[in-house]
Design a protein around this ligand. Structure first.
Ligand code: GTP
Ligand code: MG
Length: 200
């Protein structure tokens, strides 16, 4: 199957980008992963690629301030965005990051989809809505990926999913299907691989 083949090929870290002029050539389909600090972005990229330490998954939130580019052969860029909503980050750092994020989202022609990661226990927070608003105005289709599904019961999950669906209804750029994942257990990983592989 095509999805499996894409992810079975070589996966590499390409570079960390801190300014627009550092972006690699826009020559292939690109997807990015956005979400609050500690939501599980790096862990998800590791799970998708089957490489445990490819995107550094750390317990120190808000440390990565670079846009990290990974390559799936020459077919895809996977882009790990810095976590947002980390209260202890200095104001100047946050401002610089927001400016870069805005330019990136508005100006990246090959960016086909943003995955907005939401913690299955916490649902959509105000900072998530800000990012969703930015994606709306940048006309970047985004899809919600619930993370850490292994940490909650089915009942709690349904309640949080209801909250998320309600929030998504207000965002024109939102793709309606929500993907439930656990990087720890492997839940939803094949589904997400197929989605990424299927984008053209
Ligand atoms: P920043 O880069 O700081 O924004 O964080 P991040 O979004 O990349 O999160 P990261 O992948 O580093 O994960 C944060 C913490 O959550 C780590 O301790 C992970 O082990 C844990 N974690 C991530 N995904 C899962 C999951 O599916 N299940 C469980 N139980 N823990 C997870
Ligand atoms: Mg990370």
């Amino acid at each position: 199957e095509r999805g499996r083949l894409l992810f079975a090929g070589p996966v590499d870290f390409l570079k960390g980008v801190v300014a627009m002029d550092g972006l690699p050539p826009a020559d292939r389909v690109e997807v990015c992963f956005a979400g609050r600090s500690n939501v599980g972005k790096s862990s998800l990229i590791n799970a998708l690629t089957g490489r445990k330490a490819l995107a550094r998954a750390s317990n120190t939130p808000g440390r990565t301030q670079e846009i990290n580019f990974f390559t799936l052969g020459d077919a895809r860029y996977l882009v790990d965005l810095p976590g947002y909503g980390f209260a202890q980050a200095p104001v100047a750092v946050v401002a610089k990051w927001q400016a870069l994020l805005k330019s990136y989202l508005a100006g990246r022609a090959t960016l086909r989809r943003a995955f907005v990661l939401i913690d299955s226990r916490h649902g959509v927070k105000d900072v998530d809505e800000e990012i969703m608003g930015l994606l709306d105005s940048s006309a970047v289709t985004f899809q919600v990926v619930m993370t850490k599904a292994d940490k909650i019961s089915l009942k709690e999950r349904e309640k949080v999913l209801g909250q998320v669906r309600g929030k998504l209804a207000k965002h024109p750029a939102a793709y309606p299907e929500i993907v439930l994942t656990s990087s720890e257990k492997g839940t939803g990983i094949e589904t997400l691989r197929a989605i990424i592989s299927g984008l053209e």
